[in-house]
Write a protein that binds this ligand. Structure first.
Ligand code: NG6
Ligand code: CA
Length: 520
């Protein structure tokens, strides 16, 4: 496809020259390296927005990105849970290579220090990089002292600016961290965190269930902060506690400030929302505004936030020079530990659309998520059925800025920029989906690696089909997108082929070219 090469060669040369020469004057649009905003929603399922088929909840702002941008129907986060997906997104490396799993709120930084990351690569191309929102990749080395500068973290992994929550909203510590410091920290009221023993005098979900805004399961019944019991215990730091209901507003304001501060030079904003993860705590102005209880309300809040960011870009006249990627870190879940009526009020809404499974699952809904690329004037509106993985964002966005990755950098990330920008629908040949096992996509086939223990009890309680089975599983997604008919027995040669490729991926430290070792 030489025309594509020429198109991108010219685009890349043009942008890279401009970045290298530091085009930082006030001029917008044409010719300048584009700003990049990644709106990364938490736990948003394939069917949770109206442009992907939802009817019980309307998402006009997300739909507007879809109508005027490129909507992907077969795009995937790298894994079916948060930390692994985020790790792959930011490092261009499969999560299993670093044993990435959902982290507690006091875990050390998971990203190996000194490696290149998506933001560090962009930083080297002249970008100012910022993260606002949910981090969940660990902070510090060893045991964190929340009362001292917290490092290493985002600022040591390629971000110039960071305003984050350390882990998830359902985990302590319930404080924001800006740069190296707890936001609004009070030295007179030091913060302590423990994931093993109760500390402090705050009530817990078990001791005082009567004061809870939402009932929670045992795992989420530790320290109560802002009327919500969390995973883990915390003491002190009262002035720094977040109010969950304000979080979307706080992130919107911080994101707008970052955009305004950097409007005259190329920036990358990784805006990692805490909506629509549990505990679902919409601001009062969204509470009760959907027909689906709190889960529907936070979808409305997420949509509002998306609109605020898009409108801010337009207000600043930057829309033709800003690439917005809208997507999610894993598939949907209804009951994830809090009784918030998500199950009771779901009605006919199908959070995973036509797909089977959800968050945690090896079936398609674990990783197949809404994905929209919006760049007016450059990316033609339409729909792409290309097979796309977020692990490839790093090499692709590097390519957009005229940079190609050295072999040891982003070892599993491939440059699929033409796919991302809609110049071709030929996506990945093989694509890995990580969960509590591995799934591998190839042509119309989907193989799920056997897992001897099957579905664990805690996952059964969530009523999510995990896809975990001691049996070999193979599905033909062309005729059976909902993965209902296991055809492994009928296609032993396909099973062997996919097993062999999976083995190759697992055994090579590096997937892009020939095997080369990657330092652990
Ligand atoms: C699980 C939590 C869940 C959620 C998840 C992380 C259970 C029983 N509990 O351990 O509530 O916090 O971790 O979600 O499943 S994620 O989106 O950050 O991966
Ligand atoms: Ca998530």
């Amino acid at each position: 496809m030489p025309y594509i090469k020429i198109l991108y060669a010219s685009l890349l040369t043009c942008t890279s020259i401009l970045v290298l020469h530091g085009c930082r004057s006030g001029q917008q649009n044409a010719g300048r390296a584009p700003n990049i905003i990644m709106i990364y929603v938490d736990d948003l399922g394939y069917g949770d927005v109206s442009c992907y088929g939802a009817t019980q909840v309307k998402t006009p702002n997300v739909d507007r990105l879809a109508q005027n941008g490129l909507r992907f129907t077969d795009a995937h986060c790298a894994a079916a849970t948060c930390t692994p997906s985020r790790f792959s997104l930011l490092t261009g490396m499969y999560a299993f290579r670093n044993n990435a799993a959902v982290l507690p709120g006091d875990a050390p930084l998971l990203i190996p220090q000194g490696i290149e990351t998506l933001p560090s690569v962009l930083q080297k191309r002249g970008y100012t990089t910022g993260v606002v929102g949910k981090w969940h990749l660990g902070l510090g080395i060893g045991t964190i002292d929340w009362n001292k500068p917290i490092s290493p973290g985002p600022l040591e992994t390629g971000f110039n600016y960071s305003f984050i929550i350390p882990a998830t909203v359902d985990r302590v510590p319930c404080v924001y961290v800006e740069g190296h410091h707890v936001y609004n920290a009070d030295p007179a009221d030091p913060i302590q965190v423990s994931y093993s023993t109760k500390i402090g005098n705050e009530p817990t979900g078990l001791s005082n269930p009567e004061i809870l805004k939402m009932k929670a399961d045992t795992q989420h019944s530790n320290t109560i902060i802002n009327g919500i019991s969390r995973i883990g215990y915390m003491a002190g730091g009262k002035k720094a506690w977040w109010r969950d209901e304000d979080m979307a507003d706080v992130f919107t304001a911080k994101a707008k400030t970052f955009i305004n501060n950097n409007k005259s030079k190329p920036f990358f904003l990784y805006l990692a929302l805490t909506d629509i993860h549990v505990p679902r705590t919409p601001h009062e102005r969204f509470l009760g505004k959907s027909s689906m209880g709190r889960r529907g309300d936070v979808i409305l809040e997420m949509d509002w936030l998306t609109g605020e960011i898009t409108k801010e870009i337009e207000r600043l006249g930057l829309e033709k020079n800003t690439l917005i990627i809208f997507t999610s870190d894993n598939g949907p879940v209804l009951d994830d530990g809090y009784s918030d009526e998500a199950v009771e009020k779901v009605g006919d809404h199908r959070p995973a659309g036509m797909f089977r499974g959800g968050k945690y699952s090896a079936f398609e809904a674990g990783t197949r998520v809404p994905t929209i690329v919006y760049w007016p004037g450059t990316v033609k509106p339409g729909v792409s059925n290309a097979l796309l993985s977020q692990v490839d964002f790093m090499a692709s966005l590097a390519a957009l800025t005229g940079s190609s990755l050295a072999d040891s950098v982003g070892p599993d990330s491939r440059n699929v920029l033409p796919v991302l920008l809609g110049a071709t629908t030929t996506g990945r040949d093989y694509m890995l989906e990580e969960s509590f096992t591995f799934s591998l996509r190839y042509e119309q086939w989907k193989y799920i690696m056997p897992q001897k223990n099957g579905t664990p009890e805690w996952l059964k309680r969530k009523r999510i089909e995990s896809g975990l089975s001691p049996e070999l599983q193979l599905y033909d997604l062309e005729t059976d997108p909902a993965e209902k008919n296991n055809v492994a027995a009928e296609h032993p040669e396909i099973v062997r082929r996919l097993q062999a490729e999976l083995k190759r991926i697992q055994s090579t430290r590096k997937n892009r070219d020939a095997a080369q070792s990657y330092p652990r």
